[in-house]
Write a protein that binds this ligand. Structure first.
Ligand SMILES: Cc1ncc(COP(=O)(O)O)c(C=O)c1O
Length: 379
């Protein structure tokens, strides 16, 4: 067995318990995963039906989808990307695995911030690379900054950044991203930029790391903005000269992502009005939670710039976020994620609420949480 200390994703245990309650007939509101409740845009679903009728499917990467994704970098970011550099994967998770496996070697140190997405630490460990956690605080909105990169000694082989980030939803302003890219370049550190929450921002649009570091390894997916997590489709923008190398690895690790998902995703990419409506729901939910949580005594929350999460300090109510989430679920049917998934050091007093649900469900969750906290989060 691989001796790497890969911790379970604790939100999975919450989710399993939540589904068991639902099967037993109880009313549950799922806010534990960053999983849009909306489903794929209807035109994408229709395209999938048509594809099933007309096409046997198979092991292939859609050239049309690669070209469409490449065009998105030109449209959104003014960056020219050769479609050959778009390597399709079964989501951002395989994209990250592929990047770590093919572009780093065992023993390479890879730095990322805490709090951060759980799979960074675990994926790095599982592949025999070495995780280096940077404790980020409110001064950089829990993001990595150039000064962190310059202070790392020795220089790691790579860094992972995400803007917007999970679990905080915070973003890196353009000037800071440029400084970060320059600091990494100066120390020959490869950048993995996880851009999975692009498209889901509430103020300024997100910048791609490709604008500042043309050789960054960018990963992205259809799971969030396009509301297609179960379709398992994403991509890596391979740094120039590495696409063949990545394809050699993907051929051995995963072959190709589902052809059905590729047919649907190509259509989803142009369903802007539908996607805008999903985004409007998140915007409403964000405002609702930002008003409701302080009113119930959860005051230490940072308004997210993007994604669909609130990272909330519940230290006034608990010192054990997993126990807090289990009791909240059992008492109210509201499922949220414990902070220990994202921050092994301070996460015991944080929780993450995903607001990728309908506004009715978000409002009902706030009513249940508020009543429960008023009783003092009873044990
Ligand atoms: C920051 C981040 N990266 C990657 C992923 C993996 O997404 P997927 O494999 O569904 O594309 C997630 C999922 O929640 C995430 O939050």
């Amino acid at each position: 067995m691989n001796p790497a200390a890969v911790e379970p994703f604790h939100a999975m245990a919450i989710s399993r318990a939540a589904h068991a309650m639902e099967s037993a007939g109880q009313s549950v509101i799922h806010m534990e995963f960053g999983q849009p409740s909306t489903g794929a845009p209807p035109a994408a679903i229709a395209a999938a039906h048509a594809s099933l009728d007309a096409d046997a499917g198979g092991y292939r990467e859609s050239p049309a989808l690669r070209a469409r994704i490449a065009a998105m970098y030109a449209e959104r970011h003014g960056v020219a990307v050769d479609p050959e550099r778009i390597v399709l994967t079964g989501g951002a998770s395989p994209a990250l695995t592929l990047a770590l496996a093919a572009l780093f070697v065992p023993g390479d140190a890879i730095a990322f911030v805490r709090p951060g997405y759980v799979a960074y630490r675990n994926g790095i460990l599982a592949l025999g690379r070495v995780p280096v956690e940077i404790a980020a605080d409110a001064s950089t909105r829990f993001q990595m900054a150039a000064r962190h990169v310059l202070a790392l000694n020795p220089a790691p082989a790579g860094i992972i950044v995400a803007s917007p980030a999970n679990p905080t939803g915070s973003m890196i302003p353009a000037a800071d991203m440029a400084a970060l890219a320059a600091a990494a370049r100066g120390r020959s550190i490869r950048i993995i930029s996880d851009e999975i929450y692009h498209g889901l921002t509430y103020g300024e649009p997100a910048h791609s790391m490709l604008e500042f570091a043309p050789d960054a390894i960018v990963i992205n997916s259809f799971s969030k903005y396009w509301s297609m997590p179960g379709w398992r489709l994403g991509w890596v923008v391979a740094p120039p000269g590495t696409a063949d190398h990545l394809r050699a690895y993907i051929g051995s690790l995963f072959l190709t992502p589902p052809s059905l998902a590729q047919a649907a995703a190509l259509v989803a990419m142009d369903e802007t009005p539908v996607l805008q409506a999903y985004h409007d729901t998140y915007r409403r939910n964000r405002a609702l939670l930002l008003a409701a949580l302080p009113a119930m005594g959860v005051t230490r929350i940072a308004p997210p710039d993007g994604a669909f999460y609130i990272w909330a300090d519940v230290g006034d109510f608990t010192n054990d976020s997993m126990d807090f989430c289990q009791r909240l679920l059992a008492d109210t049917g509201v499922a949220i994620a414990p902070g220990i998934d994202f921050d092994p050091v301070d996460g015991h007093r944080f929780v993450r609420l995903s607001f990728a649900v309908s506004t009715d469900r978000a409002a009902e969750a706030m009513a249940r949480l508020g009543a429960w906290l008023q009783k003092g989060a009873p044990a």
